[in-house]
Design a protein around this ligand. Structure first.
Ligand SMILES: [Zn+2]
Length: 172
């Protein structure tokens, strides 16, 4: 297993719509999945999408315990959102936009279907932080990042700060 470098805001792969994964492909993704989980724990973060490590495929990993409690890692292949309920307004961050957090509105509950790492069709309801993590990772797979939800001055401020870091070479 290996910790992979995380692609940062500005990298085109983060703006790419990730491709569907064929069931026959899943076995060949074992090493990538393990590396993504290790990378998520190393950062540390609660979720990671494949395009954040440069692979534009519809695959994400989530573990709200960041590896503290075994058996909590969710591997979501071709995740699809089917239902959402309620609203939550909490601070959100992203490993591809390090050290920035902003308030983002998300549904309180979501129902998602996906394939697990064995290729089994699964369905789950996520609530609270899990709902937020699912929406955040699904967005990544569609080339969307949480700063896209910010508006006006808030957005200008965060983008200006990011550009300054990129210019200073502190971003990568
Ligand atoms: Zn993110």
């Amino acid at each position: 297993m290996a910790v992979l470098p995380i692609r940062k805001y500005g990298d085109p792969v983060l703006r790419t719509r990730a491709e569907e994964i064929d069931v026959s492909e899943i076995a060949a993704l074992e090493a990538l999945i393990d590396d993504m989980v290790e990378t998520m724990y190393a950062e540390p973060g609660v979720g990671l999408a494949a395009n954040q490590v440069g692979v534009a495929k519809r695959l994400a990993v989530i573990d709200l315990t960041v590896g503290e409690e075994p058996g909590n890692v969710h591997v979501l292949i071709n995740p699809e959102l089917h239902e959402s309920e309620g609203e939550q307004f909490e601070e959100e961050g992203c490993l591809s936009i390090p050290d920035f957090v902003e308030l983002v509105s998300r549904p309180e509950r979501v129902r998602v279907t996906y394939l697990d790492r064995e290729g089994n069709a699964k369905e789950m309801w996520g609530e609270g932080l899990m709902a937020r993590a699912i929406c955040h990772e699904l967005d990544h797979l569609n080339g969307v990042m949480f700063v896209d939800y910010l508006r006006g001055m808030k957005k200008d401020r965060i983008l200006k700060k990011i550009q300054k870091l990129v210019k200073a070479g502190e971003w990568y």
